[in-house]
Design a protein around this ligand. Structure first.
Ligand SMILES: Nc1nc2c(c(=O)[nH]1)N[C@H]1C(S)=C(S)[C@@H](COP(=O)(O)O)O[C@H]1N2
Ligand SMILES: [Mo]
Length: 483
């Protein structure tokens, strides 16, 4: 009960000190940043995009267990209770203080939470004279617990509501100097991924337990490190630069064969290259480190950003300002590279350095420093285990090899000969490509397999490999029972 009061009060104080200073989120953040790679991969593989919820629930369950043990000890020997709360307070303060974006105020939630917990514990453990001491204790405890949950939820809701959606609504996106081409309608194949993923359905992957809230009015982008002319620019200045609009497909390196950590959007942004040219990278600066407002880092080869592809500092996504969870106000988007080496969200700095001198966030955690997207394809329909009717069945899906482009997709039925699928139109080599194949299906069990070939002539690798260290390989296949 004292622990509940501590957490509730801490949530309330996080309204002032920032949501990432709340003990659960701060400790969770330390766990996210320090768990060994395999544990992390297990969590993502098991909980997918719910990995953060799983972590917070897990942390709470552990906390309740510890609190119960300490409570039981405290009944026999009260100093144990105070010591336990002290330990929790120190852990909470240390976690909050060591978060990359923390100010000194970050210790307040854990400090006041622990103080409130200590007072509560003393009060609950005070000597009681009444005959029905047990009943009074339980009533008092239940009241405190209810109050703590209420205060915690209120504080949490209040601090969540202090987001930058108001500022986001006020952003007026400029018209692109170079608009994206208009697209034909999607083929009418139920179950096939639409060419453009809506913002609501776009996959989301990041280490942020609490989404960074970056105010465009105070946002600055620093271009620093090994450059002739370090620069700083604000949001209005960025919007005043030439804007281009491009369809670009983003993919996560953690995507398994057949997985859905890939989406395609129409991005509005300004070319990174022009900005880098103004800053003037010095010889040897072969890596551009993108730094996020929450301290996360991404390392991109300077050469890739300068080779003429549409590497963008994006401000718009499918006609809207970037959604907050997708990096508002500014993120990077680079065709052809997995997200963890290119797509910094809540971007605040581009630091020129070398791969030799600096390793970005995921590199010491076992992922490759450089990671171009592998040629892959996926069957969207029919789904594995489904029961299509005999006759003509449309097999369809997407294939991708960003910045090289897809030249061929083939489908194989029951290990037979490879058959060419029909390819959908694409605006550039930077997006995925829809494909369809008309299959004359006979009753019984069948296995469908797909493979893609890119414009460089490379065929999708058959050898199965898991995502670490630089992206999964293998052919996607589904088993169906035709009825
Ligand atoms: N600030 C920040 N940017 C980030 C990440 C992150 O954890 N923090 N994750 C990267 C990874 S691994 C991917 S795959 C993409 C995902 O972008 P999305 O969530 O908009 O789909 O963002 C990249 N940018
Ligand atoms: Mo990713």
């Amino acid at each position: 009960m004292a622990a509940a009061v501590a957490l509730g009060v801490a949530e309330l104080f996080s309204v002032f000190a920032g949501p990432r200073s709340a003990p659960l989120v701060a400790v969770g953040g330390v766990v996210v940043d320090s768990v060994p790679g395999p544990v992390k991969n297990f969590a993502v593989a098991t909980f997918g995009t719910h990995d953060k919820t799983a972590l917070l629930v897990g942390t709470t369950v552990l906390l309740i267990a510890f609190a119960a043990v300490i409570g039981a000890l405290a009944v026999r020997w009260p100093p144990a209770g105070l010591a336990g709360i002290g330990v929790f307070g120190v852990v909470g303060m240390a976690a909050a203080l060591t978060r990359p974006d923390a100010g000194p105020l970050a210790i307040l939630p854990a400090l006041f939470g622990a103080a409130a917990g200590a007072v509560t514990l003393r009060m609950l453990l005070r000597p009681r004279e009444q005959v029905d001491a047990r009943r009074a204790f339980l009533l008092e405890g239940a009241g405190l617990f209810g109050g703590a949950v209420l205060v915690g939820l209120l504080g949490h809701g209040w601090s969540d509501s202090r987001d930058v959606s108001g500022a986001r609504n006020k952003v007026a996106l400029p018209a692109p100097a170079s608009p994206a081409p208009s697209l034909p309608a999607d083929p009418e194949v139920p179950g096939l991924s639409p060419f453009v993923t809506s913002n609501a359905r776009f996959y989301r992957i990041d280490t942020a337990l609490s989404i960074p809230q970056v105010d465009p009015d105070t946002w600055r982008l620093k271009i620093s490190g090994r450059v002739r002319k370090p620069m700083t620019i604000g949001f209005a200045q960025l919007l005043a630069r030439p804007m281009v609009e491009r369809y670009i497909t983003l993919a996560c390196v953690s995507n398994d064969v057949g997985g859905d950590l890939i989406s395609n959007a129409r991005w509005l942004g300004t070319p990174v290259r022009a900005l880098l040219e103004e800053a003037g990278p010095l010889p040897g600066a072969d890596q551009v480190v993108g730094r996020s407002a929450d301290g996360f880092t991404v390392g991109t080869p300077t050469e890739v950003l300068m080779d003429g592809r549409d590497a963008l500092l994006a401000v718009g996504m499918n006609g809207e300002p970037l959604p907050i969870e997708h990096g508002f106000p500014v993120r990077m988007v680079v065709p052809g590279l997995y997200g963890y080496v290119s797509a910094t969200k809540w971007l605040v700095e581009l630091e020129l350095t070398s791969f030799h001198d600096y390793s970005a966030y995921w590199v010491p955690r076992g992922w490759a420093a450089q990671a171009p997207i592998k040629t892959e394809s996926r069957i969207d329909t029919p789904r594995d285990g489904s029961k299509p009717k005999a006759g003509t069945v449309t097999v369809a899906g997407v294939a991708w090899a960003q910045h090289r482009g897809i030249s061929k997709v083939e489908v194989q039925v029951d290990g037979g000969p490879w058959q060419a699928a029909a390819l959908g139109p694409v605006p550039s080599v930077d997006t995925w490509r829809q494909w369809t194949y008309s299959w004359t299906a006979s009753p019984g069990q069948h296995r469908l397999t797909v493979r893609a070939t890119d414009n460089a002539g490379s065929v999708q690798v058959q050898q199965e490999a898991p995502p670490p260290p630089d992206g999964a390989t293998g052919w996607h296949s589904v088993g169906v029972t035709v009825i």
